[in-house]
Design a protein around this ligand. Sequence first.
Ligand SMILES: Nc1nc(=O)c2c([nH]1)NC[C@@H]1CN(c3ccc(C(=O)N[C@@H](CCC(=O)O)C(=O)O)cc3)C=[N+]21
Length: 283
Amino acid sequence: MTAQILDGKATAAEIRSDLKTRVEALRDRGVSVGLGTVLVGDDPGSNAYVTMKHRDCAEVGIQSIRRDLPATATQDEVERAVAELNADPACTGYIVQLPLPKGLDEQRVLERIDPAKDADGLHPMSLGRLVLMQPGPLPCTPKGIVDLLRRFDVPIKGAEVTVVGRGITVGRALGLLLTRRSENATVTLCHTATRDLAAHTRQADIVVAAAGVPDLITADMVKPGAAVLDVGVSRVDGKLAGDVAADVREVAGWVAPNPGGVGPMTRAMLLANVVEAAEAAAR
Ligand SMILES: Nc1nc(=O)c2c([nH]1)NC[C@@H]1CN(c3ccc(C(=O)N[C@@H](CCC(=O)O)C(=O)O)cc3)C=[N+]21
């Protein structure tokens, strides 16, 4: 038996098609939707991600606004780009592509985003709402993970979930999301100082690997039949590598591959956040 593939690529395409209909309905009511991006520097990976996001917007009928700044941009210049998008009525939501080049204060930039335009759910206000279990935009990757599990009927309620990685955008936010009453999973959050990682992954019904360590999760670390989601992004000799070894497919019940799993869902949830915000504002 080999694992069922949690096909994020196909699922994200379905979500975009649904969003397209919702964007058209908004347009019929005179509401336009616009997603902005702020990209600083010339990292090829970040550039590729931003380009994909704009392509997604075109497909769904969302206007997109792209602000690219050179790697030499100052803190002031980045904050000015943020202020401009806050003031731009055509921009209903936007993101600042992370990471920012060294020397720039990421948190200070994120704090200056108008929380009403926070498409990434990474503004401290949005993260605070997540902690408080109040409604608000959710970080795109955790939201995409929960949506992917739901659509493939992977049981979440009561499941033991081991999340590997405590980064704000994935691991930490996912732990908060999965322990809400609406999900009711039991979450173990592992990190670089975890003493026995394999002991935690082996008891999990769902393993989410978001550490950025190639092949960190091997078949011997997975309970037979478990769901394993690969969210790791690292580069080995210029090639993208995930956190999950290939042999995991032989023991897992479900696998979200990388690429083709959580990545496309992350982008779909970004669009969903912008559309949901526009719908809420139009009510
Ligand atoms: N403010 C901010 N928000 C983010 O959401 C954000 C960010 N900064 N910085 C970087 C990470 C990374 N990230 C990805 C999104 C989509 C894919 C994706 O769609 N990958 C495809 C294609 C991969 C490829 O072919 O290169 C796949 O997995 O199939 C990957 C990675 C969003 N991030």
